[in-house]
Design a protein around this ligand. Structure first.
Ligand code: GLU
Length: 448
């Protein structure tokens, strides 16, 4: 088996060797899915995974815009349309200076499996730009978004490809992107998700990724007869996912003691209560300031510069910032300090070596493609409401989100539980469950 996996990965590396993050995402899937393919005649010998690692289409384009000083800026725009076997391409847009084709291909590849797991009919895609929204005025953000959409519009559509937000793209950016799409196409359609409540958005969409990550962790804890009650929880990030993961953790009786951003983390051993969380939401979403400001208002908390929060003792860790933010040493520290559960809110935040440590220690570990699927699942529910021209209540959407997270958890058990030891390998479970649905559709549709 090792030979087959190595042969496959050598081929992928030969073609994409310079794309480290993409290779990392493919490796993790290949190691669990190839053995399954070999054991099942319907998939064996059809190069099905080789077809899945090749984007159906990848577009790059120039984005010109004029900054507040009147200078012309040039950025690069991308959309990776990875797989449309089970539905139109679906996945977020990321605006961050680190964005490259490798980052977007890894995200689009993960998205294919994640979207398949949601049980909703969505294919996988991802896009974005190396544009840095940090420090830009609202007008600059608007001009950039309009310029970006003035090219992207010809590649997307409500039955073709439906982008949404990701890092650096929130409600404000989706508004500007939607405005330009509507103007160019002269149609009001559900082409983007994460829209505002008065123009086609869904209740619970802003909360969904963070809530879903906590619902999933709660399901994992239940397999051990445990819960969030009284648990100390360490969260990284302070954006949309981290904020709502914190909110739901508090609802379920957990104590959140950290949040972070790219400059460091804050630790508040008294716990971040709902009032403090409201302060963080204003700080990050309205003032667009740094998390270090927290300690000026709450002086009992401390700010630790240039570090991640994994050195802080906790029961549960929720990495909600970005890829590869939790490495092997961090995993060692979490385990040494007695952490029993890690549920990823970000995409691929744990390195491969860190995941190996979690598996060896047999703790509860959920990969982002399962535990953070609540965001895109609720995007799917937004698409359904747009098609119906109808809005569900907050309680209705939340109930559906909970059901979806529970179904994803069941799918992980079906494909990831070791019958002898009872240990649930959620990475294996999510990869195989996500693969089966997409592979079946690809086989049914033939070599296209
Ligand atoms: N960017 C989010 C993700 O990683 C959401 C994508 C979407 O809603 O389409 O799943």
């Amino acid at each position: 088996m090792e030979e087959i996996i190595k042969g496959f990965l050598d081929l992928v590396k030969e073609r994409n060797g310079h794309e480290a993050e993409f290779i990392q995402a493919v490796e993790e899937v290949a190691e669990t899915v190839l053995p399954y393919i070999v054991q099942h005649d319907i998939y064996h010998g059809k190069n099905i995974l080789l077809r899945m690692v090749e984007p159906e289409r990848a577009i790059t384009f120039r984005v010109n815009w004029v900054d507040d000083k009147g200078e012309i800026q040039v950025n690069r725009g991308y959309r990776v349309q990875m797989n449309s076997a089970i539905g139109p391409y679906k996945g977020g847009l990321r605006f961050h200076p680190s964005v490259t084709m490798s980052i977007l291909k890894f995200l689009a590849f993960e998205q294919v499996f994640k979207n398949s797991l949601t049980t909703l009919p969505m294919g996988g895609g991802k896009g974005g730009s190396d544009f840095d929204p940090k420090g830009k005025s609202d007008n600059e953000i608007m001009r950039f978004c309009h310029a970006f959409m003035s090219e992207l519009f010809r590649h997307i559509g409500s039955n073709t490809d439906i982008p949404a937000g990701d890092i650096g793209v929130g409600g404000r950016e989706i508004g500007f992107l939607f405005g330009m799409y509507k103007k160019l196409r002269n149609e009001f359609t559900g082409v983007l998700t994460g829209k505002g409540m008065t123009w086609g958005g869904s209740l619970i969409r802003p909360e969904a990724t963070g809530y879903g990550t906590v619902y999933f962790a709660d399901k994992m804890l239940q397999t051990k007869g445990d819960s969030f009650k009284g648990k100390t929880v360490v969260i990284s990030g302070s954006g949309n996912v981290a904020q709502y993961a914190a909110e739901k953790t508090i609802h379920l009786g957990g104590k959140v003691i950290t949040l972070s951003d790219s400059s460091g983390y804050i630790v508040d051993h008294e716990g971040i209560d709902p009032d403090k969380l409201t302060f963080v939401m204003t700080l990050k979403n309205v003032k667009r300031a740094r998390i270090s400001e927290y300690v000026k208002t709450y002086p009992k908390a401390t700010f630790v510069a240039n570090k991640t929060p994994w050195e802080v003792k906790c029961d549960i860790a929720l990495p909600c910032a970005t890829q590869n933010e939790l490495n092997e040493n961090d995993a060692d520290m979490l385990l040494k300090n007695g952490c029993i559960c890690v549920s990823e809110g970000a995409n691929m935040p744990s390195t491969k070596a860190a995941i190996t440590k979690f598996h060896e220690a047999k703790i509860l570990f959920a990969p982002g493609k399962a535990s953070n699927a609540g965001g895109v699942a609720t995007s799917g529910l937004e698409m359904t409401q747009n098609s119906l021209r109808y809005n569900w209540s907050r309680a209705e959407v939340d109930e559906k989100l909970k059901d979806i997270m529970s179904n994803i958890h069941d799918a992980c058990i079906e494909y990831g539980k070791d019958e002898k030891t009872g240990y649930i390998d959620y990475v294996k479970g999510a990869n195989i469950a996500g693969f089966v649905k997409v592979a079946d559709a690809m086989l049914a549709q033939g070599v296209v």
